[in-house]
Design a protein around this ligand. Structure first.
Ligand SMILES: CC(C)(COP(=O)(O)OP(=O)(O)OC[C@H]1O[C@@H](n2cnc3c(N)ncnc32)[C@H](O)[C@@H]1OP(=O)(O)O)[C@@H](O)C(=O)NCCC(=O)NCCS
Length: 139
């Protein structure tokens, strides 16, 4: 069931560390972190171009972080949607709001890295063009 217009997509929208830790644990099936070890609010504020908060009737249901090079390249990280409201278009809505926020900031390219199982989400549903990429672990 599409939630359509009932979702608010908020560029640089307010969120708390408690909200995002709960969402992250559910979305990525991790343990629950706390603010002392991972301060999302401070990190996003200091290092991100922006981020998008998705709320349904006030409830925090989705998030994407938007990093950048300070000029024309923006990168999305940590796209996450609450398991209770998946497959209702919120993931695509988040990515499109991130795209619009980055474009409004003057960026010319939006990048994403993903595993093959998410190809249909990013390429078919969100509209990214396929592009090669790589990852180097630094520790
Ligand atoms: C990936 C994720 C953000 C998608 O959120 P969502 O709100 O369910 O996505 P949408 O409803 O906008 O999906 C649109 C379409 O993309 C595709 N899609 C969505 N999730 C997918 C997945 N996990 N794998 C493959 N394709 C997917 C489907 O074709 C879907 O259409 P359908 O619902 O008719 O099947 C969500 O599943 C999530 O939070 N996953 C865990 C965190 C994660 O892996 N994030 C990505 C890190 S790179």
């Amino acid at each position: 069931m599409p939630l359509g217009n009932n979702i608010d997509y908020l560029w640089r929208g307010a969120f708390s560390n408690i909200e995002i830790h709960a969402l992250h644990a559910v979305a990525f099936k991790t343990r629950l972190y706390d603010e002392a070890e991972w301060n999302w609010v401070e990190q996003c504020d200091e290092h991100s171009l922006g981020w998008v908060v998705a709320r349904h009737e006030g409830r925090f249901v989705g998030f994407v972080n938007v990093l950048w090079d300070g000029l024309v390249h923006a990168f999305i990280e940590d796209v996450m949607v609450d398991t209770a409201v998946r497959h209702r278009g919120i993931g695509v809505g988040l990515v499109h709001a991130a795209r619009d926020g980055a474009a409004a900031a003057g960026c010319e390219f939006l990048h994403v890295g993903f595993d093959e199982d998410l190809r249909s989400f990013y390429i078919d549903a969100c509209g990214f063009s396929p592009a090669g990429g790589g990852l180097m672990e630094l520790k």
